[in-house]
Design a protein around this ligand. Structure first.
Ligand SMILES: Cc1cc2nc3c(=O)[nH]c(=O)nc-3n(C[C@H](O)[C@H](O)[C@H](O)COP(=O)(O)OP(=O)(O)OC[C@H]3O[C@@H](n4cnc5c(N)ncnc54)[C@H](O)[C@@H]3O)c2cc1C
Length: 426
């Protein structure tokens, strides 16, 4: 399964512009080349660089992440979210008027099985893409662990686990002894482990995306370092993508700009309720203790695991828009929690700037119903929207790339895209 070769003058292939080179855009570029299309990627930053959410995530590749954060009854927690600016899910007061319509839809949404269909074979798809891009070592299949302090705490998540069970996700239960044996560094307050063997993990999401972008370039994709600003559409046909560096004439385009896709979707006739769920990470480069398995803890709502650069803890949800300055206290909370999970970690004060501790803020591109937008735009079917993957965009990117490329090529997508239709919000 090789990607098509480079193009030259007189190239008659259908020319598609992929806007954004995060996980979704880079996978789309690779798949579009494979589908025989000529590809130009428009991205102002380095593909997979820290400006992309794909750079700093927790690296989980698992269909068991099907459960959206807003389970039924989540609305009862809103007063607490407003009152506690440093809780795992926080709303910035000043941004509340803008976020309210999105929040109301978010709180009203439940889980859906379509999300599972999208992610079920994600580890295998990513392993294949990574091998093709020359970085097979970045995708690991080690399973994932949820650590709980008690059975009561686990039962507090019962709805989520029922949903997972119903859609065929299997797990093992580790009792206290087994948890100690498997995770000797983990704090003794965790007494119950739920281990999901099928799950995968990416040990350097930024490097993985960069490798996909390089792979696309080697196969002939052109890269324009600019920001896309809109489209030239004539009689329902796309003629060009407008960028800060001028127009790029093309036959089709994919909007894969993550949390910044909203204005482009609107310019393509499809305004959608896209919001940033801001998240943070901390990387402790010289960590001396940590998990054997990528681990999520219910008490801190964070995921911790070793990445190429050190021990990373990623999490937090903050509704505050794309432009507000980072609140690094959130990364410090992650750091403090990491230290409390693994008492063997050197106890450097989390707020002390240190060359070996890195902080990062990213923007999950989130739709209120927890499903991405994948499908043609209203103003022209030549424009394919492919964004909005929220908490599972790394995981979902491999499948989305294939489906977006099929839509760009005018082929029937390999999965039903109706649940993801951008028109569901109109
Ligand atoms: C803390 C945290 C933990 C997470 N953990 C996980 C996890 O474990 N597993 C998982 O699957 N997902 C996880 N996610 C979610 C995942 O990271 C995102 O869903 C995913 O990275 C989105 O990918 P994307 O390609 O759509 O967007 P991005 O990675 O943000 O890429 C979009 C790209 O578009 C570019 N761009 C923006 N505007 C323009 C424009 N106008 N023109 C051209 N280019 C533009 C940007 O520069 C960027 O490079 C996590 C997210 C966070 C914040």
């Amino acid at each position: 399964m090789t990607v098509a070769r480079s193009f030259s003058a007189g190239d008659t292939r259908r020319h598609v512009v992929v806007i954004g080179a995060g996980a979704v855009g880079s996978a789309t570029a690779v798949e579009a080349l494979r589908a025989g299309l000529r590809v130009t990627v428009v991205e102002p930053g380095e593909p997979g660089g820290p400006q992309a959410t794909s750079y700093g995530n927790a690296g989980w590749l698992s269909s068991h992440s099907v459960v959206p954060p807003a389970l039924p009854g989540a609305w009862r927690k809103v007063p607490g979210w407003l009152a506690d600016p440093l809780g795992p899910l926080a709303l910035r007061w000043r941004y509340l008027p803008r976020a309210t319509p999105w929040l109301l839809r978010y709180l009203a949404s439940g889980w859906t099985e379509a999300r599972v269909q999208r992610t079920a074979d994600a580890p295998a798809l990513h392993a294949q893409l990574a091998a093709e891009a020359g970085v097979p070592q970045l995708i690991e299949q080690r399973g994932l662990l949820h650590a709980y302090r008690s059975r009561e705490e686990f039962e507090g998540d019962a709805l989520g686990w029922r949903v997972r069970g119903r859609v065929g996700i299997r797990w093992e239960e580790w009792n206290d002894d087994e948890l100690r044996r498997r995770e000797p560094d983990l704090h003794a307050r965790y007494t119950l482990g739920i281990f999901v063997p099928e799950a995968g993990h990416c040990r350097n999401p930024g490097a993985y995306v960069a490798a996909l972008a390089r792979h696309a370039r080697d196969a002939g994709a052109e890269r324009i370092a600019a920001r896309a600003t809109g489209f030239r559409i004539e009689g329902g046909r796309l003629r060009a993508v407008r960028t800060e560096a001028g127009e790029i004439a093309c036959d089709a385009a994919a909007v894969c700009a993550g949390a910044r896709s909203g204005p482009l979707a609107a310019a393509a006739g499809s305004p959608v309720p896209l919001e940033s769920e801001r998240g943070y990470h901390v990387v402790v480069e010289d960590a001396t203790a940590g998990p054997r398995t990528p681990t999520m803890v219910a008490d801190g709502k964070l995921i911790a695991h070793w990445m190429d650069g050190g021990l990373r803890a990623a999490g937090q949800v903050e509704i505050g828009g794309l432009e507000a300055a980072p609140d690094w206290r959130r990364a410090e909370i992650l750091h403090r929690h990491l230290q409390s999970m693994f008492p063997g970690l050197a106890t450097v004060a989390p707020s002390v700037p240190s060359p070996s501790v890195k902080h990062w803020l990213g923007h999950r591109p989130s739709m209120p119903d927890g499903l991405p937008c994948i499908g043609p735009a209203a103003a022209s079917a030549d424009i394919v929207l492919a964004f909005g993957h929220g908490h599972v965009g790394l995981c979902g990117s491999a499948r989305t790339g294939r489906v977006a490329a099929q839509l760009l090529a005018g082929a029937t997508p390999e999965i039903a895209t109706t649940p993801f239709d951008p028109r569901r919000f109109s």
